[in-house]
Design a protein around this ligand. Structure first.
Ligand SMILES: CC(C)(COP(=O)(O)OP(=O)(O)OC[C@H]1O[C@@H](n2cnc3c(N)ncnc32)[C@H](O)[C@@H]1OP(=O)(O)O)[C@@H](O)C(=O)NCCC(=O)NCCS
Length: 168
C-alpha cells in the first residue's frame, strides 16, 4: 500500500519481521527509558488482535506501527517507531496517516499514549491533530506519566435516543 510519495507500507506477519520490529523498538527511546526490553516488545507485537505494519528500505525495517483493533479503545496505536537514521524524512507521518486510514475504516477514534518525557513525539502528534484525552500518572515507571491522546471523527454511535438528554 502506498502512503506517502515513495513510502510503501504493508502489513507484516512473518516471524522475522516481528523480531526486526522488536529489535527496532527495544533499541530506541521511549522503550529503553521505560525499561521495556526485546522480549517485552516481541510479546506485545505477538498479542492477538494487534496488527504490525511497516516499511522496508533495502530489505531492512525502517519504520513500524502496531495497532490494536479490539476492546473499548479499539483503534489504539500501541507503538510507532522509525529507525533513527530515517527520522525527519516523513516516514513517521506516513505511518501514522496509514494507521489512521486503516482504523477509520472500522472506528471513529484513534487512540495512543505518549510518555510525558517524549516531548518531540508529543509535538509530532499535536501537529498531526491529536488532542490530550487523559493522563495516566506513573503508569509504566515512577516519575513518568502516559498522556492518552485521541483523534476523533465523532461518537461511537449516532444521536442519543429520544428522551435521553445530551451533555450540554
Ligand atoms: C516520533 C517519530 C515516530 C516521528 O517520525 P519521523 O519520521 O521522525 O517524523 P516525520 O519526518 O514524519 O515528521 C512529520 C512531521 O512531524 C514533525 N516532527 C517530527 N519529529 C518532531 C519532533 N521531535 N518535534 C517536533 N516536530 C516533529 C516534522 O517536522 C514533520 O512536520 P511537517 O509535516 O510539518 O513537515 C520518530 O521520531 C520516532 O520513531 N521516535 C522514537 C519513537 C517514538 O518516540 N515514538 C512515539 C511514541 S510511541
Amino acid at each position: 500500500m502506498q502512503a506517502g510519495t515513495d513510502i510503501k507500507i504493508a502489513r507484516l506477519t512473518s516471524p522475522e519481521a516481528m523480531r526486526a520490529a522488536a529489535r527496532l523498538m527495544s533499541s530506541s527511546d521511549p522503550w529503553l527509558r521505560l525499561g521495556i526490553n526485546y522480549a517485552d516488545c516481541l510479546k506485545s507485537i505477538r498479542t492477538p488482535y494487534r496488527e504490525l505494519h511497516g516499511t522496508l528500505r533495502s530489505g531492512e525495517l525502517k519504520g513500524l506501527v502496531l495497532i490494536t483493533m479490539y476492546g473499548t479503545l479499539r483503534g489504539y496505536i500501541q507503538a510507532l517507531c522509525v529507525s533513527p537514521g530515517c527520522r525527519g524524512e516523513g516516514v513517521g507521518k506516513a505511518l501514522l496517516l496509514y494507521a489512521e486510514k486503516r482504523i477509520f475504516r472500522e472506528s471513529p477514534n484513534v487512540f495512543l499514549c505518549v510518555s510525558s518525557f517524549n516531548s518531540g513525539a508529543i509535538r509530532f502528534y499535536r501537529r498531526l491533530g491529536y488532542k490530550r484525552a487523559g493522563l495516566l500518572k506513573d503508569f509504566v515507571i515512577s516519575g513518568s506519566d502516559e498522556i492518552l491522546m485521541r483523534k476523533t471523527r465523532g461518537p461511537l454511535r449516532g444521536p442519543a435516543p429520544r428522551g435521553i438528554k445530551r451533555k450540554q
